[in-house]
Design a protein around this ligand. Structure first.
Ligand code: PLP
Length: 394
């Protein structure tokens, strides 16, 4: 069933609803995979959307999953039992490290010297390690991004000077079980393909120089995620073809190297929708406001990032009441939710041809950092329903 027919088929009791198009997701991620050279491994950063059916739908196109907590590790391990996992994230507890050693992890992204020491103490067999480095990148590379995890003082990864300390530590007795594979760097989120490629080149060159200086061999570099998603223009997609071409040239210069990337948002953002209905329309100090069933406690993305969530209106002909139907009068509307806070806004003063109480509104690009980052308990409204569209199910 198409998205719009599915939205029309839902009764008000089923709104708000999250709708995930798993067939479209599979197709998108297969195209991403096809644009990448063979020696690039594609991991999915589970924190973007850990929904079990999404993890399962991705299994055919990704090489593994990046998890950043003990909870994600257990969840992803249960959902896709055979998949390789990379375990990253700051502040790993001794209990999480012990659990991860027991469950088996393909790659460890070590965030600090203290963590490296704990891992060496707890490991009872070989573990494969990448050191997460907070590298300096050429000025300008990260200027345009929404979120920078590196290239400046942050709690993420190792300062470049401490990476060298870790290399010395790994050569000491007691660290034999830790097999150093290379470097991990996730420096920013929101980079277009050319900037992402420039950062990847710098990370690889820095890593190779470090390895040469210390007389060690690196066979892997993970250049992280952060591929841009443009919420102002759902059709402007990250240029995976250009990125793949650039990575191919980079790999040609480093024949023994495997690259790994771990996008989250750019893989799943497009496969999710948040569908709801207009409860009321009112005019306030000259502006129109549509109050929607639901709000940012279900879809926090626009409030946290400060953008307007793209949407489409599905008109509903039926108006069951004898009084006039509240409607937008100015051609522009602010779409707010049911929460008692002025921050509960999904789109500000957006142009609409027509919008009335009982019409439906379907927000696009709600497949990543949406439901799972929202503050569901605030005000105790009901939870949304979840629907999955899948070609396999007709
Ligand atoms: C969040 C995160 C990612 C994914 O970032 P996106 O912006 O969703 O692509 C990848 N790696 C690490 C270490 C992260 O923290």
């Amino acid at each position: 069933m198409s998205l719009s027919r599915h939205v029309e088929s839902l009764t008000s009791d089923h709104l708000p609803s999250y709708i995930y198009d798993l067939a479209a997701l599979r197709e998108h991620v297969a195209a991403v995979r096809a644009a990448l050279p063979e020696r690039v491994e594609l991991y999915y950063a589970a924190k973007a959307n850990p929904e079990s059916r999404i993890l399962a739908a991705l299994r055919g196109s990704v090489d593994g999953y990046e998890v950043s907590s003990g909870g994600e590790l257990a969840h992803v391990r249960a959902g896709v039992p055979d998949a390789p996992l990379a375990f990253g994230g700051p502040g790993k507890t001794p209990a999480e490290i012990a659990d991860a050693l027991r469950l088996g992890v393909h790659r460890w992204h070590v965030e600090s010297e203290h963590e490296l020491r704990m891992l060496a103490e707890l490991a009872n067999g070989p573990v494969d390690v990448l050191l997460r480095a907070n590298l300096p990148v050429a000025s300008g590379s990260l200027d345009s991004v929404a979120l920078a995890m590196g290239g400046r003082p942050t709690p993420f990864g190792l300062d470049p000077a401490r990476v060298a300390d870790c290399l010395r530590l790994l050569a000491e007795p007691g660290y034999e079980r830790l097999r150093l594979r290379g470097i991990h760097a996730h420096l920013a989120s929101g980079l277009a393909a050319s900037a992402q490629l420039a950062v990847a080149e710098q990370v690889v060159e820095w890593s190779m120089e470090l390895a040469a200086a210390h007389g060690v061999e690196f066979t892997e570099v993970n250049v992280g995620g952060g591929m841009a998603v443009d919420y102002r223009d759902p059709d402007a997609r990250f240029d995976w073809t250009a990125f793949g071409t650039g990575l191919r040239a980079l790999l040609d210069r480093h024949p023994g190297l495997t690259l790994r990337i771990e996008p989250g948002r750019a893989l799943t953002a497009y496969c999710g929708w948040y569908a709801t209905e207009v409860l009321d329309v009112k005019q306030s100090h000259g502006e129109d406001f549509a109050v929607l069933r639901g709000g940012t406690h279900h879809l926090r993305t626009p409030a946290t990032r400060g953008h307007d969530q793209p949407f489409a209106v599905t008109p509903v002909a039926d108006w069951p009441h004898p009084w006039p139907r509240p409607a937008v009068t100015t051609g522009r509307v602010t779409l707010s939710g049911q929460l008692c806070t002025p921050k509960d806004v999904l789109a500000h003063q957006a142009p609409v041809d027509r919008l009335r109480a009982a019409d439906r509104v379907v927000f696009a690009m709600a497949g990543a950092y949406a439901w799972n980052i929202s503050h569901h308990e605030f005000l105790m409204h009901p939870r949304p329903a979840f629907h999955f569209l899948d070609a396999d199910e007709g």
